[in-house]
Ligand binder design. Structure first.
Ligand code: GLC
Length: 557
């Protein structure tokens, strides 16, 4: 059973009326975890074929432990025709040959556990590959027992799909099957047919997959594309069809359906039946913060960690926007654990997104403090901690497509090889890498940055150490503050009635004067600077200035 993991407190703050803030009182590891996302194809290649693999990850566990993360989420490493780079799975209970074997997975889990690291498996539950045996059976005839494991409709025959819904990857959500003279439904590519979660046989088969990986040591799952599990059974036509080729996400008839809750509750029950505090991390895009609050489950019995895309999709360095979305995540989710991230295998890398071309490192340090100093769970994307940049499309196109590179994708720019050192292929592979190494690797790599106390890596390591060692920064309540300056985001962390930390972030290229309000009576002055970039001293009063792109983390003790 899930327990209520937080409370809402009301306190009187200077300069503000009575305010509500969220305080965590959970001892679940995942409520304050840092989870490191690994795109296995690009992390570390152990056998010289130019493609990263599970043994490569095992070989880097000491690095990850040293960095100070709690868990790893590995994006799909299962057999797949790679129409969508592993997100089209043709066998859920195996390892693709290019990534290794089930024995390699077992070794990875054992070695991770030795180091106190947990591993989350990416579970693609909305669709399979069209090459999965389930779909091959389903499409073999209208009377096949697995026909109903997928979503089939006749529509108006070959010339007219059942609805004019648009898929997330473009085109209609329907593909015509000439053999059985029906359409099948896919919210993503035609090679990714949606399964039918209403079918009990399919549901059982999927839950068997869940048990398979839990039995083999997974600490939980990152659930792919959770909003799309069900469609409106009436399949109404789209009253506002998007422009041809335009995006089609989150329509009321194909996402966020009430039927999703039951599946997620059932899955959560399976996890809760296992020891070890297993977790569901959800790719749970929502249109509003209220919708996001519902993803945790009315009784806290669904996804413990739904990713906050309202925050994660921000792409402008703007203190006011950061404050708006952080306040919402911290104060409007009923005290549930928010999940912060900026970079991922689907999002361009934040060093490039927020960087201005001149101060990218300072800005990367600022966005790191913005996420890592929050109450809640933080996702880091491999290479974020060394300031890896996105590779521009032009550089990617110079590499010919080969059997090692299934197809090009406009997300390749954030999926280039991890930069381990300044040597050939950045130490990722002894062979020829499946994607080129990003050109900044001679300066931005683990080995070089570990030796430099001012590097992006050193800053991340420092913040992660602070989170580990300071109960205040790990578990303290979030305290909303006002900086009196739209370029400066200030917030506090508070533990009990004795400890407080102040975090100040200047998102502008100019020094900014601020006046902090919202700090409970009697707290200032702050005395101890925990971290600052560039160097700054603890403010003596609520009025002070902060350097361009400056970060200040200070406390009273
Ligand atoms: C999720 C994955 C993305 C994939 C899509 C379809 O959004 O993160 O990479 O393309 O699902 O499976």
């Amino acid at each position: 059973m899930c327990q209520m993991n937080s409370v809402l407190l009301a306190v009187a703050l200077i300069g503000l009326p009575t305010f509500t803030y969220a305080q965590s009182r959970s001892d679940h590891w995942y409520d304050h975890a840092v989870i490191y996302e690994i795109y296995p194809r690009s992390f570390s290649d152990s056998n010289g074929d130019g493609i990263g693999d599970l043994n490569g990850i095992t070989a880097r566990l000491d690095y990850l432990k040293g960095l100070g993360i709690d868990a790893i989420w590995i994006t799909p490493f299962f057999p797949s025709p790679n129409a969508d780079f592993g997100y089209d799975i043709s066998d859920y209970v195996n390892v693709a040959p290019e990534y290794g074997t089930l024995a390699d997975w077992d070794k990875l889990v054992a070695e991770a556990n030795k180091r106190g690291l947990r591993i989350l498996v990416d579970f693609v539950l909305n669709h399979t590959s069209d090459q999965h045996p389930w779909f091959k059976e389903s499409r073999s005839s209208r009377t096949n027992p697995k026909r109903d494991w997928y979503v089939w409709k006749t529509g108006g025959g070959q010339s007219q799909p059942p609805t004019h819904w648009t898929s997330i990857f473009g085109g209609y959500t329907w593909t015509w099957d000439a053999h059985t003279q029906q359409w099948y439904y896919h919210i993503f590519l035609p090679q990714q047919p949606d399964v039918n979660w209403a079918n009990p046989g399919l549901r059982k088969a999927m839950f068997d997959v869940v048990r398979f990986w839990l039995n083999r040591g997974a600490s939980g799952f990152r659930l792919d594309a959770t909003p799309y599990l069900f469609e409106d059974p009436a399949f109404p036509d789209d009253p506002h069809p998007p422009q041809a080729g335009g995006p089609a996400a989150l329509e009321p008839y194909n996402s966020g359906r009430p039927e999703n809750h039951q599946v997620l509750q059932q899955m959560r029950k399976i996890l809760d039946g296992y020891p070890g505090d297993r977790v569901l991390l959800g790719e749970s895009s929502t249109a509003t913060i209220q919708d996001l609050a519902r993803v945790y489950g009315k009784h806290h019995d669904e996804i413990q960690l739904p990713m906050d895309f309202l925050f994660g999709n921000l792409n402008a360095l703007d203190a006011a926007l950061f404050k708006k979305q952080v306040d919402a995540a911290q104060l409007e989710l009923g005290g549930e654990t928010p999940v912060f991230f900026f970079s991922s295998h689907d999002h361009p890398r934040q060093w490039s997104t927020f960087g201005d071309g001149k101060h990218n490192d300072e800005i990367a340090k600022l966005t790191a403090a913005l996420t890592l100093m929050q109450r809640g769970t933080v996702l880091l994307y491999y290479g974020e901690e060394i300031g890896m940049g996105n590779m521009p499309g032009g550089q990617l196109r110079t590499v010919p497509l080969s059997s090692k590179r299934p197809r090009s994708d406009d997300r390749d720019g954030e999926r280039t090889p991890m930069q381990w050192d300044a040597g050939l292929n950045s130490g990722f592979t002894t062979g020829s890498p499946w994607l080129p190494v990003e050109s900044g690797y001679r300066s931005y790599n683990v080995e070089t940055e570990k030796a430099n106390p001012d590097s992006v890596y050193a800053w991340y390591a420092k913040l992660l150490q602070l989170r580990r060692e300071s109960a205040l920064l790990r578990d303290g309540a979030y305290l909303p503050l006002e900086s009196g300056n739209r370029d400066v985001f200030a917030f506090g962390r508070q533990a009990g009635s004795k400890e407080i930390a102040l975090i100040v972030l200047n998102t502008s290229s100019k020094e900014q004067a601020i006046h902090i309000t919202g700090i409970p009576k009697g707290w200032p002055p702050f005395r101890t600077v925990l971290a600052a970039s560039p160097k700054a001293s603890a403010p003596a009063s609520q009025d002070f200035t902060i350097a361009p792109f400056g970060v200040l983390i200070t406390s009273v003790d």
